[in-house]
Design a protein around this ligand. Structure first.
Ligand code: NAP
Length: 203
């Protein structure tokens, strides 16, 4: 809704049709979208993981999923399969990954290197609970990285079952911190201390 009131948007924000931050650049209001880059940067900086060449499954096709799909493709993922309850939304999201994007299905989860839950399933779940889940846990296992963008609770039902099945688990706070850090960098021209931000967010 804010985009028509801006002077410019970045190519990423234009592709997504959504902004999550606005900055002044030489008298112009510029809209940015740092969500997807925040995830890729948190995987790189916090987890030592490069997305390049990875087979990825993104569960969900809402605002967060679209940002992630776009960023994974930009970071060199070899395959980005979007699995979503509503097929038409999955098609739109998959289109944001260009040649490596496609509408996926549940069976794509098992062979994936990286599985990102970008649905809201699991949000507000009881601590220690193993439901509700956005995917059949039988499709998760060792050798996979499972990221849950849901950060309330931090240990979601998905991450609980993924860890039990031997997958490497990454919670949603890294993306939250890094997308904010990218915005702070742009606003202030200085690099914030991401480790301090992460400690504060986790405390
Ligand atoms: N970690 C971070 O920095 C960060 C940043 C942004 C968002 N998030 C989190 O990411 C999640 C999604 O946010 P969003 O803004 O993308 O939300 P959104 O635009 O409302 O999209 C929600 C997505 O979840 C799916 N969904 C909802 N309920 C479902 C159910 N019961 N079964 C299967 N699929 C279901 C929807 O599928 P349909 O298309 O079929 O409706 C849609 O794909 C939220 O939990 C949010 O807190 C985290």
């Amino acid at each position: 809704a804010v985009i028509p009131h801006l002077d410019e948007v970045t190519p990423t924000a234009a592709a997504l049709g959504a902004v999550n931050s606005i900055s002044w650049v030489e008298g112009a209001l510029v809209g940015h979208n740092t969500d997807g880059h925040g995830l890729v940067r948190s995987l790189r900086v916090d987890e030592g993981l490069e997305v390049s060449g990875s087979r990825c499954v993104v569960l969900g096709a809402g605002g967060a999923a679209r940002a992630v799909v776009h960023a994974l493709a930009e970071a060199g993922a070899s395959d980005v399969a979007v699995v979503n309850r509503t097929a038409s939304a999955a098609e739109v999201a998959a289109g944001l990954a260009g040649a490596v994007g496609r509408v996926g299905e549940a069976a794509d989860v098992a062979p994936a290197d990286l599985v990102v839950n970008a649905t809201s399933v699991g949000m507000g779940a009881e601590a220690g609970s193993t439901s509700p889940l956005p995917v059949d846990p039988g499709r998760l296992g060792p050798g996979q990285v499972v990221v849950d963008l849901v950060y309330q609770p931090l240990r979601t039902p998905l991450l609980t079952v993924a860890a039990e099945r031997g997958a490497r688990c990454v919670d949603g706070l890294g993306m939250l911190v890094h997308q904010a850090a990218l915005t702070i960098e742009r606003w202030t021209g200085t690099d914030p201390d991401v480790s301090v931000m992460a400690r504060a967010a986790r405390s």
